[in-house]
Write a protein that binds this ligand. Structure first.
Ligand SMILES: Cc1ncc(C[n+]2csc(CCOP(=O)(O)OP(=O)(O)O)c2C)c(N)n1
Ligand SMILES: [Mg+2]
Length: 558
């Protein structure tokens, strides 16, 4: 076999793992990798980003969408530090991801050479595993190991440092075999225990979340719900696991949860939590379930052993993937007689629909009507992306996801996710309509990637909900420090003109009725388009105007 450079060995190892895109900003620290990519062609495409935060978010979104690590590649110190946000999201969101980082050569390591960082220390607290590959002949081993760690148990990010001299050195070594996620089957004795508890329950509820779901596991969940007449809720920003149009869908368990659903969870006698790690946002700040011993009997199914009993002590903790557990339940006989809770799924769904009912809002743009229109208009495979901010609440509450892989949203609550995630989605799912839903603050965190979308000619519809502020923080401000506005006002560019300057289509929407025709024009456009939606600052939350919040804040402060 002919010898290859470390860069060539790396590119071939990535192809062997099924990676199709490398999201990055080039750096002189990894020229041999860039050189190797000249020969990989369409098998492994380098997506030239404008900032490493965008590249890392794209890799995270690719991992979320496919269940296999999305890959970002960035240069030393400055690139590595810019990329940290994506690694943090991958960690909190349990997403498989691999970040490749340039590193100074062995000839000058530990001198604090130009842009040198010890990545093991820097990423030690947020990555699942951080390592440095010092020899080209060990690249295949490290790549296989990285894929294995990123996907096994609770998935997460792996960071691999690539010393410059290693990348240009030669070796004669074979490519690694494709690594699959380690299966985690459900213990049959525990499954029998769950079925026994279920047969004796009065008010059970299923909560689905986390990662390691696939289309089959989602089908199996629907089947379990059907056979056992169970209400099913989805965790914060994991809404695409269950078809919202089904008569047994109970709603999402996130920020601003439907009070009826919160009550239903509090009053449940058996909670079957599948895949979800029960983070702060899904538990209403650890109040829906008591820490450490919930009043509800908790069946906690999670593929990561460390997550079981970490916050909540379960009645039954099952270390299994969602699909393995659900298949095991489906292999057993269903209920012998009509369950005691019959009708509770339909009641929960009625409460969910009531929670979606439109309400009057201040101003000329009504996001209730706009999102409900989008919900009717978009096909089942449409992918929606968003970052963090009050503007996301309309989407999460009113849009009905129907299929897995249609929601890309940060469980970690990072702003700036919606633009890069949409780019990854469109590259990986070119036939699906992709709608990137952004606030004015959120959009400006990674809006530079609009240039990336334009360069690639990606037909994405970017929506910017412009209320002239970091609205979420202003909301908290008015509640706690009424009338003392500090640091939350935004004077924004003309976003439609900004889009046009990028060669994208740009339109401004100032009324509810103007949204639908503008959106149709955007959908028809063959490249990227942007809708700049001007929202009345009074429409600060779904339920209360800015003035009403301020007034409530004043009363609360006495
Ligand atoms: C990277 C990052 N920085 C800061 C925050 C804190 N934060 C949460 S929401 C928010 C405001 C979002 O503003 P915008 O996108 O305009 O949405 P709005 O709330 O106005 O609808 C901020 C600053 C965050 N979540 N992520
Ligand atoms: Mg805003």
């Amino acid at each position: 076999m002919a010898t290859r450079t470390g860069g060539e060995i790396l590119a071939a190892a990535l192809v062997a793992q099924g990676a199709t895109h490398l999201f990055g900003v080039p750096g002189e620290s990894y020229l041999p990798v860039l050189d190797a990519l000249v020969d990989t062609g369409d098998r492994l495409r380098f997506i030239t980003c404008r900032q490493e935060g965008g590249a890392a978010f794209m890799a995270e979104a690719a991992g979320k969408l496919t269940g296999r690590p999305g890959v970002a590649i960035v240069t030393r110190g400055p690139g590595a530090t810019n990329a940290a946000i994506g690694v943090h999201v991958a960690a909190q969101d349990s997403t498989p991801m691999v970040l490749l980082v340039g590193q100074v050569g062995a000839d000058m390591v530990d001198r604090e050479a130009f842009q040198e960082i010890d990545y093991r220390r820097m990423y030690g607290a947020i990555a699942k595993w951080t390592a440095q590959i010092d020899r080209p002949d060990r690249v295949p081993e490290y790549i296989a190991h990285a894929w294995s760690v990123a996907m096994a148990g609770r998935p997460g990010p792996v960071v691999l440092a690539l010393p410059e001299d290693m990348l240009s050195a030669h070796a004669d070594v074979a490519d690694p075999a494709r690594v699959e996620a380690l299966p985690a089957p459900a213990d049959p004795v525990q499954v029998a225990d769950v079925l026994d508890r279920l047969s004796r329950a009065r008010a059970p509820l299923v909560l689905a979340g986390g990662s390691r779901w696939d289309a089959h596991a989602c089908l199996a969940l629907a089947h379990v719900a059907e056979r056992w007449s169970l209400p099913v809720a989805c965790a914060f920003r994991r809404q695409d696991l269950f078809d919202h149009r089904r008569a047994d869908y109970a709603g999402d368990v996130g920020i601003g949860i439907n009070p009826s659903l919160a009550a239903r969870i509090r009053n449940a006698d058996l909670l079957i939590v599948i895949g979800e790690r029960l983070g702060e946002m899904t538990t209403s700040g650890y109040t829906l379930l008591d820490v450490p011993s919930p009043r509800q009997a908790l069946v906690h199914v999670h593929p990561g052993a460390d997550e079981l009993g970490r916050v909540y002590q379960p009645a039954i903790g099952i270390c299994a993937t969602p699909g393995a557990f659900l298949d095991a339940i489906n292999c057993a006989p269903g209920p012998a007689t009509a369950p005691a809770w019959l009708g509770s799924a339909a009641a929960a769904h009625a409460e969910y629909e009531a929670w979606r009912a439109p309400r009057p809002v201040p101003g000329d743009v009504d996001l209730w009507r706009i999102v409900r229109w989008l919900d009717e208009r978009l096909p089942d495979d449409a992918i929606l992306t968003n970052g963090a901010g009050n503007y996301t609440t309309w989407l999460h509450r009113l849009f009905r996801h129907r299929r897995p892989g249609t929601q890309l949203a940060p469980y970690a609550g990072a702003m700036g996710y919606g633009v890069p995630a949409a780019i990854a989605a469109k590259l990986l799912r070119p036939d699906a309509p992709v709608v990137s839903w952004n606030g004015d603050g959120c959009f400006q965190m990674n809006g530079q990637e609009l240039a990336t979308a334009a360069q690639l000619g990606l037909a994405i519809v970017f929506v910017v909900i412009d209320n002239g502020m970091y609205g979420t923080i202003r909301m908290h401000q008015e509640r706690t420090y009424p009338e003392r506005v500090s640091g939350t006002t935004l004077v924004n560019p003309d976003f439609a003109a900004l889009a046009r300057a990028h060669g994208a289509r740009g339109e401004t929407v100032t009324t509810t009725d103007a949204f639908a025709p503008a959106f149709e024009r955007a959908l028809e456009h063959r490249g990227p388009s942007l809708l700049h939606v001007r929202l009345d600052p009074q429409a600060l939350t779904m339920s209360a105007s800015l003035d009403a919040l301020r007034e409530a804040g004043r009363r609360a402060q006495g």
